[in-house]
Design a protein around this ligand. Structure first.
Ligand code: TUI
Length: 307
Protein backbone atom coordinates (compact mmCIF):
# COMPACT_ATOMS: atom_id res chain seq x y z
CA UNK A 1 0.00 0.00 0.00
CA UNK A 2 2.29 2.73 -1.25
CA UNK A 3 1.01 6.31 -1.02
CA UNK A 4 2.62 9.74 -0.94
CA UNK A 5 2.56 9.41 2.87
CA UNK A 6 4.47 6.11 3.01
CA UNK A 7 7.02 7.65 0.59
CA UNK A 8 7.26 10.94 2.50
CA UNK A 9 7.77 9.27 5.85
CA UNK A 10 9.74 6.22 4.72
CA UNK A 11 7.29 3.80 6.33
CA UNK A 12 5.92 0.48 5.14
CA UNK A 13 2.19 0.98 5.83
CA UNK A 14 -0.04 4.09 5.66
CA UNK A 15 -0.87 4.04 9.37
CA UNK A 16 0.17 6.68 11.86
CA UNK A 17 -0.42 6.55 15.58
CA UNK A 18 -2.25 9.35 17.37
CA UNK A 19 -0.16 11.58 19.64
CA UNK A 20 -2.25 10.74 22.69
CA UNK A 21 -1.35 12.49 25.94
CA UNK A 22 0.22 10.11 28.53
CA UNK A 23 -0.45 7.03 26.35
CA UNK A 24 1.81 7.89 23.40
CA UNK A 25 5.14 7.32 25.14
CA UNK A 26 8.31 5.59 23.93
CA UNK A 27 7.10 1.98 24.21
CA UNK A 28 4.01 2.51 22.08
CA UNK A 29 5.75 4.77 19.55
CA UNK A 30 8.58 2.28 19.03
CA UNK A 31 6.14 -0.67 18.74
CA UNK A 32 4.06 1.07 16.04
CA UNK A 33 7.19 2.09 14.12
CA UNK A 34 8.70 -1.40 14.42
CA UNK A 35 5.42 -2.81 13.02
CA UNK A 36 5.74 -0.65 9.88
CA UNK A 37 3.59 2.38 10.79
CA UNK A 38 4.68 5.74 12.14
CA UNK A 39 4.85 5.81 15.94
CA UNK A 40 4.55 9.12 17.75
CA UNK A 41 5.55 10.40 21.15
CA UNK A 42 2.86 12.69 22.50
CA UNK A 43 4.39 15.84 23.98
CA UNK A 44 1.04 16.69 25.64
CA UNK A 45 1.67 18.97 28.66
CA UNK A 46 5.11 17.51 29.43
CA UNK A 47 8.19 19.75 29.90
CA UNK A 48 10.80 19.79 27.11
CA UNK A 49 13.29 17.68 29.07
CA UNK A 50 10.74 14.95 29.72
CA UNK A 51 10.01 14.78 25.99
CA UNK A 52 13.76 14.63 25.27
CA UNK A 53 14.04 11.61 27.58
CA UNK A 54 11.12 9.90 25.82
CA UNK A 55 12.72 10.52 22.41
CA UNK A 56 16.02 9.02 23.59
CA UNK A 57 14.29 5.95 24.97
CA UNK A 58 12.36 5.42 21.74
CA UNK A 59 15.63 5.64 19.79
CA UNK A 60 16.93 2.73 21.90
CA UNK A 61 13.90 0.62 20.95
CA UNK A 62 13.68 1.27 17.20
CA UNK A 63 15.81 2.31 14.27
CA UNK A 64 12.68 3.05 12.22
CA UNK A 65 11.33 6.59 11.80
CA UNK A 66 9.11 7.93 14.55
CA UNK A 67 7.73 11.39 15.26
CA UNK A 68 6.62 13.70 18.04
CA UNK A 69 3.22 15.34 18.50
CA UNK A 70 3.44 18.88 19.84
CA UNK A 71 0.29 19.86 21.73
CA UNK A 72 0.10 23.59 21.10
CA UNK A 73 -1.99 24.47 24.16
CA UNK A 74 0.78 23.16 26.41
CA UNK A 75 2.59 25.73 28.57
CA UNK A 76 5.78 23.91 27.45
CA UNK A 77 5.03 23.93 23.71
CA UNK A 78 7.87 26.35 22.98
CA UNK A 79 10.44 24.22 24.83
CA UNK A 80 9.20 21.02 23.20
CA UNK A 81 9.40 22.76 19.81
CA UNK A 82 13.13 23.34 20.40
CA UNK A 83 13.85 19.91 21.88
CA UNK A 84 12.52 18.10 18.81
CA UNK A 85 14.94 20.05 16.63
CA UNK A 86 17.90 19.35 18.96
CA UNK A 87 17.06 15.64 19.00
CA UNK A 88 16.97 15.39 15.20
CA UNK A 89 13.31 14.39 14.96
CA UNK A 90 12.24 14.16 11.30
CA UNK A 91 8.43 14.26 11.61
CA UNK A 92 6.19 16.43 13.78
CA UNK A 93 2.44 16.43 14.09
CA UNK A 94 0.73 19.24 16.00
CA UNK A 95 -2.62 19.45 17.73
CA UNK A 96 -5.06 21.88 19.32
CA UNK A 97 -3.90 25.00 17.46
CA UNK A 98 -1.87 26.46 14.64
CA UNK A 99 1.89 25.76 14.58
CA UNK A 100 2.65 28.78 12.35
CA UNK A 101 5.08 30.39 14.78
CA UNK A 102 7.31 27.29 14.83
CA UNK A 103 7.17 26.49 11.11
CA UNK A 104 10.24 28.57 10.18
CA UNK A 105 12.44 26.88 12.78
CA UNK A 106 11.19 23.39 11.96
CA UNK A 107 11.43 23.79 8.18
CA UNK A 108 14.96 25.13 8.49
CA UNK A 109 15.85 21.94 10.36
CA UNK A 110 14.40 19.88 7.48
CA UNK A 111 11.54 18.54 9.61
CA UNK A 112 8.35 17.33 7.93
CA UNK A 113 5.51 19.13 9.71
CA UNK A 114 2.05 17.53 9.66
CA UNK A 115 -0.49 19.69 11.49
CA UNK A 116 -3.73 18.12 12.69
CA UNK A 117 -6.62 20.24 11.39
CA UNK A 118 -10.37 20.16 11.92
CA UNK A 119 -11.33 22.59 9.12
CA UNK A 120 -10.61 23.35 5.47
CA UNK A 121 -9.51 26.90 6.35
CA UNK A 122 -6.74 25.71 8.67
CA UNK A 123 -5.68 23.01 6.17
CA UNK A 124 -5.24 25.70 3.49
CA UNK A 125 -3.28 27.95 5.87
CA UNK A 126 -1.02 25.05 6.81
CA UNK A 127 -0.29 24.21 3.18
CA UNK A 128 0.62 27.87 2.53
CA UNK A 129 3.07 27.97 5.43
CA UNK A 130 4.89 24.82 4.32
CA UNK A 131 3.21 21.78 5.90
CA UNK A 132 4.30 18.51 4.28
CA UNK A 133 0.84 16.95 4.82
CA UNK A 134 -2.14 17.44 7.11
CA UNK A 135 -4.14 15.13 9.35
CA UNK A 136 -7.87 15.87 8.84
CA UNK A 137 -9.38 14.83 12.17
CA UNK A 138 -13.14 14.37 12.52
CA UNK A 139 -15.11 14.72 15.74
CA UNK A 140 -15.42 10.93 16.16
CA UNK A 141 -11.93 11.15 17.67
CA UNK A 142 -11.13 10.99 21.33
CA UNK A 143 -9.73 14.01 23.15
CA UNK A 144 -9.88 17.56 21.82
CA UNK A 145 -12.13 17.69 18.75
CA UNK A 146 -13.53 20.04 16.10
CA UNK A 147 -17.08 20.22 14.70
CA UNK A 148 -17.06 18.17 11.48
CA UNK A 149 -17.28 14.42 11.06
CA UNK A 150 -14.49 12.51 9.32
CA UNK A 151 -16.82 11.63 6.42
CA UNK A 152 -17.55 15.32 5.73
CA UNK A 153 -14.13 16.78 6.59
CA UNK A 154 -11.70 14.47 4.78
CA UNK A 155 -12.95 14.86 1.17
CA UNK A 156 -13.34 18.62 1.61
CA UNK A 157 -9.75 18.93 2.83
CA UNK A 158 -8.57 16.62 0.02
CA UNK A 159 -10.24 18.93 -2.53
CA UNK A 160 -8.80 22.07 -0.92
CA UNK A 161 -5.08 21.21 -0.71
CA UNK A 162 -2.42 19.64 -2.92
CA UNK A 163 -0.40 18.09 -0.09
CA UNK A 164 -1.29 14.57 1.07
CA UNK A 165 -4.06 14.15 3.64
CA UNK A 166 -4.18 11.66 6.51
CA UNK A 167 -7.68 10.82 7.78
CA UNK A 168 -8.41 10.55 11.50
CA UNK A 169 -11.43 10.04 13.71
CA UNK A 170 -13.44 6.82 13.90
CA UNK A 171 -10.85 4.64 12.16
CA UNK A 172 -9.78 1.41 13.84
CA UNK A 173 -9.78 -1.38 11.25
CA UNK A 174 -9.17 -2.23 7.60
CA UNK A 175 -12.63 -1.03 6.56
CA UNK A 176 -11.88 2.37 8.07
CA UNK A 177 -8.50 2.60 6.34
CA UNK A 178 -10.00 1.53 2.99
CA UNK A 179 -12.81 4.08 3.41
CA UNK A 180 -10.26 6.79 4.20
CA UNK A 181 -8.40 5.92 1.00
CA UNK A 182 -11.69 6.07 -0.96
CA UNK A 183 -12.26 9.59 0.42
CA UNK A 184 -8.91 10.62 -1.05
CA UNK A 185 -6.75 10.31 2.07
CA UNK A 186 -3.35 8.62 1.75
CA UNK A 187 -3.08 7.23 5.28
CA UNK A 188 -5.06 6.90 8.48
CA UNK A 189 -4.21 8.10 11.96
CA UNK A 190 -5.37 5.65 14.61
CA UNK A 191 -5.59 6.44 18.32
CA UNK A 192 -8.13 4.57 20.43
CA UNK A 193 -7.25 1.10 19.14
CA UNK A 194 -3.59 1.56 20.08
CA UNK A 195 -4.57 2.49 23.65
CA UNK A 196 -5.41 -1.19 24.24
CA UNK A 197 -2.28 -2.53 22.51
CA UNK A 198 -0.07 -4.87 24.54
CA UNK A 199 2.75 -2.33 24.31
CA UNK A 200 0.55 0.52 25.59
CA UNK A 201 1.32 1.53 29.17
CA UNK A 202 -2.30 2.60 29.78
CA UNK A 203 -3.71 1.01 32.94
CA UNK A 204 -5.63 -2.26 32.67
CA UNK A 205 -8.72 -0.51 33.98
CA UNK A 206 -8.56 2.11 31.17
CA UNK A 207 -8.08 -0.62 28.55
CA UNK A 208 -11.05 -2.56 29.96
CA UNK A 209 -13.26 0.55 29.74
CA UNK A 210 -12.46 0.82 26.03
CA UNK A 211 -12.94 -2.91 25.43
CA UNK A 212 -16.31 -2.89 27.23
CA UNK A 213 -17.54 0.39 25.69
CA UNK A 214 -20.55 0.38 23.36
CA UNK A 215 -21.15 2.70 20.41
CA UNK A 216 -22.89 5.36 22.51
CA UNK A 217 -20.60 5.38 25.53
CA UNK A 218 -18.58 8.49 24.67
CA UNK A 219 -19.58 12.01 25.68
CA UNK A 220 -18.24 15.44 24.83
CA UNK A 221 -17.45 17.82 27.67
CA UNK A 222 -16.23 21.41 27.46
CA UNK A 223 -18.34 22.65 24.55
CA UNK A 224 -19.38 25.71 26.61
CA UNK A 225 -15.85 27.09 26.75
CA UNK A 226 -14.64 26.07 23.31
CA UNK A 227 -12.38 23.14 24.24
CA UNK A 228 -14.57 20.11 23.57
CA UNK A 229 -13.11 16.80 24.75
CA UNK A 230 -14.51 13.36 23.80
CA UNK A 231 -14.21 10.72 26.50
CA UNK A 232 -15.93 7.60 27.82
CA UNK A 233 -18.87 8.45 30.06
CA UNK A 234 -18.12 8.04 33.77
CA UNK A 235 -18.63 9.85 37.08
CA UNK A 236 -16.12 12.53 36.05
CA UNK A 237 -17.77 13.31 32.69
CA UNK A 238 -21.25 13.36 34.25
CA UNK A 239 -20.19 15.74 37.03
CA UNK A 240 -18.37 17.95 34.53
CA UNK A 241 -21.43 18.19 32.27
CA UNK A 242 -23.66 18.94 35.26
CA UNK A 243 -21.37 21.79 36.35
CA UNK A 244 -21.22 23.05 32.76
CA UNK A 245 -25.03 23.16 32.58
CA UNK A 246 -25.07 25.07 35.85
CA UNK A 247 -22.81 27.72 34.26
CA UNK A 248 -19.52 26.95 36.05
CA UNK A 249 -16.56 29.11 34.99
CA UNK A 250 -13.77 27.83 32.73
CA UNK A 251 -11.37 28.05 35.70
CA UNK A 252 -13.59 25.94 37.95
CA UNK A 253 -13.99 23.31 35.23
CA UNK A 254 -10.26 23.29 34.49
CA UNK A 255 -9.47 22.84 38.17
CA UNK A 256 -11.84 19.90 38.35
CA UNK A 257 -9.98 17.99 35.61
CA UNK A 258 -6.41 18.77 36.75
CA UNK A 259 -4.47 15.51 36.59
CA UNK A 260 -7.58 13.55 35.63
CA UNK A 261 -6.17 12.05 32.42
CA UNK A 262 -2.98 11.04 34.22
CA UNK A 263 -5.05 9.36 36.97
CA UNK A 264 -6.97 7.35 34.39
CA UNK A 265 -3.99 6.33 32.25
CA UNK A 266 -1.36 5.79 34.95
CA UNK A 267 -3.37 4.86 38.06
CA UNK A 268 -6.41 3.16 36.55
CA UNK A 269 -8.80 5.62 38.18
CA UNK A 270 -11.75 5.13 35.82
CA UNK A 271 -14.20 6.83 38.20
CA UNK A 272 -12.77 10.32 38.72
CA UNK A 273 -10.24 10.14 35.86
CA UNK A 274 -10.83 11.36 32.29
CA UNK A 275 -11.09 8.45 29.82
CA UNK A 276 -10.35 10.10 26.47
CA UNK A 277 -11.40 7.75 23.64
CA UNK A 278 -13.11 7.95 20.27
CA UNK A 279 -16.57 6.80 19.14
CA UNK A 280 -14.99 3.70 17.60
CA UNK A 281 -14.27 2.31 21.11
CA UNK A 282 -17.49 0.28 20.72
CA UNK A 283 -15.78 -1.75 17.98
CA UNK A 284 -12.58 -2.51 19.88
CA UNK A 285 -12.88 -5.83 21.70
CA UNK A 286 -9.39 -7.29 21.82
CA UNK A 287 -5.96 -6.65 23.27
CA UNK A 288 -3.22 -7.45 20.78
CA UNK A 289 0.26 -6.34 19.87
CA UNK A 290 0.68 -3.33 17.57
CA UNK A 291 2.07 -5.70 14.96
CA UNK A 292 -1.05 -7.90 15.04
CA UNK A 293 -3.31 -4.85 14.83
CA UNK A 294 -1.44 -3.31 11.91
CA UNK A 295 -1.19 -6.59 9.99
CA UNK A 296 -4.92 -7.19 10.35
CA UNK A 297 -5.80 -3.63 9.31
CA UNK A 298 -3.55 -3.78 6.25
CA UNK A 299 -4.69 -7.27 5.15
CA UNK A 300 -8.35 -6.25 5.27
CA UNK A 301 -7.79 -2.87 3.60
CA UNK A 302 -5.78 -4.48 0.78
CA UNK A 303 -8.51 -7.07 0.23
CA UNK A 304 -11.22 -4.37 0.10
CA UNK A 305 -9.23 -2.15 -2.21
CA UNK A 306 -8.34 -5.08 -4.47
CA UNK A 307 -4.60 -4.64 -4.09
O1 TUI B 1 -5.23 17.94 19.69
C1 TUI B 1 -5.96 16.98 19.47
N1 TUI B 1 -6.43 16.17 20.44
C2 TUI B 1 -6.16 16.33 21.78
S1 TUI B 1 -5.14 17.48 22.45
C3 TUI B 1 -5.51 16.95 23.98
S2 TUI B 1 -4.84 17.67 25.42
C4 TUI B 1 -5.97 18.90 25.77
N2 TUI B 1 -6.44 18.95 27.00
C5 TUI B 1 -7.31 19.91 27.36
C6 TUI B 1 -7.77 20.87 26.45
C7 TUI B 1 -7.34 20.79 25.18
C8 TUI B 1 -6.41 19.81 24.84
C9 TUI B 1 -6.36 15.92 23.91
N3 TUI B 1 -6.71 15.58 22.67
N4 TUI B 1 -6.35 16.71 18.21
C10 TUI B 1 -5.98 17.54 17.13
C11 TUI B 1 -6.97 18.62 16.95
N5 TUI B 1 -6.65 19.86 16.73
N6 TUI B 1 -8.29 18.48 16.99
C12 TUI B 1 -8.82 19.71 16.76
C13 TUI B 1 -7.76 20.58 16.60
C14 TUI B 1 -7.79 21.97 16.33
C15 TUI B 1 -8.86 22.76 16.72
C16 TUI B 1 -8.85 24.14 16.47
C17 TUI B 1 -6.70 22.56 15.72
C18 TUI B 1 -6.70 23.92 15.49
C19 TUI B 1 -7.77 24.69 15.85
O2 TUI B 1 -7.79 26.03 15.60
C20 TUI B 1 -6.56 26.68 15.42
C21 TUI B 1 -6.67 28.02 14.78
O3 TUI B 1 -5.81 28.85 15.11
O4 TUI B 1 -7.55 28.19 13.93
Amino acid sequence: MKTRITELLGIQYPIIQGGMAWVAEHNLAAAVSNAGGLGLIGGANAPGEAVREEIRRAKELTDKPFGVNVMLLSPHAEDVAKVVVEEGIQVITTGAGSPEKYMGMWKEAGIKVIPVVASVALARRMERCGAAAVVAEGCESGGHIGELTTMALVPQVVDAVGIPVIAAGGIADGRGLAAAIMLGAEAAQIGTRFVVADESIASDAYKEKIIKASDIDSQVTGRSHGHPIRQIRNQMSREYLKKEREGASFEELEYMTLGALRRAVMEGDVVTGTLMAGQIAGMIHKRESCKEMIQEIINKAEQLLGR
